[in-house]
Design a protein around this ligand. Sequence first.
Ligand code: DGI
Ligand code: FE
Ligand code: FE
Length: 194
Amino acid sequence: MKNSDKNIKKIRQAIEKQQDTKRFEHTLGVMYTAMALAMRYDVPLRSAELAGLLHDCAKCIDHDKKIAICEKHNINITELERRNPFLLHAKVGSFLAMDTYKVHDPDVINAVLNHTTGRPGMSVLEKIIFVADYIEPNRKQAPNLSEIRKLAFINLDKALIYILKDTLDYLHSANGEIDPMTQKTYDFYKQEEQ
Ligand code: DGI
Ligand code: FE
Ligand code: FE
């Protein structure tokens, strides 16, 4: 087995220990969906596999512990993140991807970092992880899922915009606090589309 394959196997085993069963199933769903999208959009399969495996590596960590990790390692926490600490799993996850899982590919790290809010100017891999997170087969709740699933393999940017729009609509209806980055990402891609 190649060294890189051995590393991925080790990371997969470590993530399985870290996550509850449901979250790990979701992780594998994102990993395989991201790899399928990587085939479609000419991204290295290994990058999609790694980023998919790692994207929620901090999801099963208590809020207090996530905040403690940020404070210990000088990772900035915004006021909005303090009020909605689940958002921190992306930032903390990207830190752990480097610190614990020893992954240093900046594209993979960015894909973990930006998987929840997105950002303007995402790489193809970042878009793939963002979209795969929403459409992977275990997801059942979001509206328009079958349409977005199809669209993801036809036009990645259109799928991205659709997901951001539905997320913002959902947050408005549920009175969720909107991270300025989620709004900025939507505005950026919506405007780029025209
Ligand atoms: O970690 P996952 O559940 O797999 O997925 P995720 O990291 O994309 O998180 C999904 C949740 O994040 C979903 O319920 C929508 C929410 N979200 C995305 N952008 C924002 C947001 N929540 C708030 N409060 N504000 C945002 O801007
Ligand atoms: Fe997540
Ligand atoms: Fe996820």
